[in-house]
Unconditional design. Structure first.
Length: 435
């Protein structure tokens, strides 16, 4: 985690203090369940809760781990220092380290998902607001980076909204996928612990019991979770790339907000660079780095090995913290983004009328001209627009074959911009619903 690209709420989920607090709650709730079953004395279970207000000493736990070479044992030893060795002797009864580690990790991931949903909602709100503001603002659509046909800036924002809305649904599914816990003991057979303990702990920790675990929770769940984070990151990059293209000097249809006192270049005072969206492109790459390792974690030896452990200690905090930061940065970029409608029209008219070529082609075929001949008639005039920057409509009006097929009024009618925007409202209803 890099502080520069971190938000405190998400960082806190991954702090050692939070981790040890979750470990403690898992152990304490397990003791309660064991006492309910009569496996351990009630007074021992109640004694564990004496540490409920304790600030666990991370340095002390590290000192113990330096000797034991085992993080869970180090924590349990430190816990006994607070509640007493006799009172703590039934803590971790019938459990294995993975019961604590995996259940804790999934608690952290579900909490991280909840914060990511907040960031997604903020991004969705910004996209919807800008889509409605620019719904009828005409700009040229591009395919392969080349002028194609007219669209609107609002449709650009609306399609990004729809994409992020799909990502929200994916994240909700990923959260449900990861929200399981396991208190099943060595190799997952419940030989030394009753399944009721797992059910009790999971209910208290906001999870559901893993239907069948080995000594670990199956890692296909985690692979799916991190894959979804990677998809969301790719969508962030998709939006960032569009804004970066819009801000190019030759295009300048939209741009990041440039604040008072901001500097674009140490060498060139005139520069206004799309630094935030370039940063988002880079952050998306960092999030996607977690996807392949998470998938490789699925294959473990027999009932358990720890090849996944070091990976998850890294990608858990790194991917969620980075994505959380990126979502909030993106929402801010969209909310403050500048748009330049006159530049949109100027760009559309760089090759006057050329964006209407398909409509003329279709009209010629409707008028009885073969598609091959119609294409040749339109293209020979269109190429002159590319080469000479002359008006496409004027060329068509001067072409006897086109005039013979369509008539002058028929040609002029094909240059109505409203033809291309007539279904914008329908698309908006599909994306945003009625109203």
């Amino acid at each position: 985690m890099i502080p520069r690209y971190s938000r405190p709420d998400m960082v806190a989920i991954w702090s050692p203090e939070t981790k040890f607090r979750i470990w403690y709650e898992i152990e304490a709730h397990a003791c309660d369940a064991q006492a309910d079953l009569g496996v351990i004395p009630r007074e021992n279970a109640e004694a564990v809760w004496k540490a409920k207000d304790v600030e666990f000493d991370v340095t002390r736990i590290d000192e113990i781990e330096a000797v034991t070479k085992h993080d869970v044992i180090a924590f349990l030893t430190h816990l006994a220092e607070h509640v007493g060795s006799e009172e703590a002797r039934f803590v971790h009864q019938g459990m294995t380290s993975s019961d604590v580690l995996d259940t804790c990790f999934n608690v952290q991931l579900t909490r991280a998902a909840d914060l990511l949903l907040v960031g997604l909602d903020k991004t969705l709100a910004a996209l919807k607001k800008r889509a409605l503001e620019t719904k009828d603002m005409v700009r040229v659509g591009r395919s392969h980076g080349i002028h194609a046909e007219p669209t609107t800036m609002g449709l650009t924002f609306a399609r990004f909204y729809a994409e992020m809305d799909r990502n929200r649904a994916r994240l909700l599914a990923a959260r449900a996928e990861i929200a399981t816990g396991a208190i099943s003991g060595a190799v997952g057979t419940f030989a030394n612990i009753d399944p009721a303990v797992e059910e009790h702990v999971c209910a208290k920790m906001g999870l559901t019991p893993e239907p069948i675990s080995t000594q670990v929770i199956p890692r296909d769940r985690h692979a799916m979770f991190f894959a979804v984070l990677g998809v969301i990151a790719s969508s962030i990059e998709n939006i960032a790339i569009e804004i970066r293209h819009m801000q190019r000097t030759e295009v300048l249809e939209g741009a990041e907000f440039f604040s008072m006192g901001q500097k674009g270049s140490s060498a060139m005072p005139h520069k206004k660079n799309p630094v935030l969206t370039e940063n988002l492109t880079g952050l998306a790459r960092l999030v996607r780095m977690s996807v392949i390792p998470a998938m490789e974690n699925v294959a473990l030896w027999h009932e358990r090995d720890i090849s996944h452990s070091s990976v998850e200690r890294g990608i858990g905090p790194d991917a969620t913290v980075t994505l959380d930061f990126a979502l909030h940065r993106l929402a801010g970029v969209i909310d403050k983004m500048l748009v330049f409608p006159q530049n949109m029209l100027d760009n559309m008219n760089k090759f006057p009328g050329l964006v209407m070529s398909q409509r003329v082609l279709l009209a010629l075929t409707q008028a009885g001209v073969s598609r091959e001949d119609a294409y040749a008639m339109v293209q020979r005039n269109a190429l002159k627009v590319w080469e000479e920057r002359v008006d496409f409509r004027e060329l068509l009006l001067a072409d006897p074959e086109v005039v013979a097929a369509l008539g002058e009024d028929g040609i002029n009618e094909k240059f109505d911009m409203g033809y291309h925007t007539k279904h914008v409202d329908s698309i908006f209803r599909r994306v945003f619903g009625e109203g």
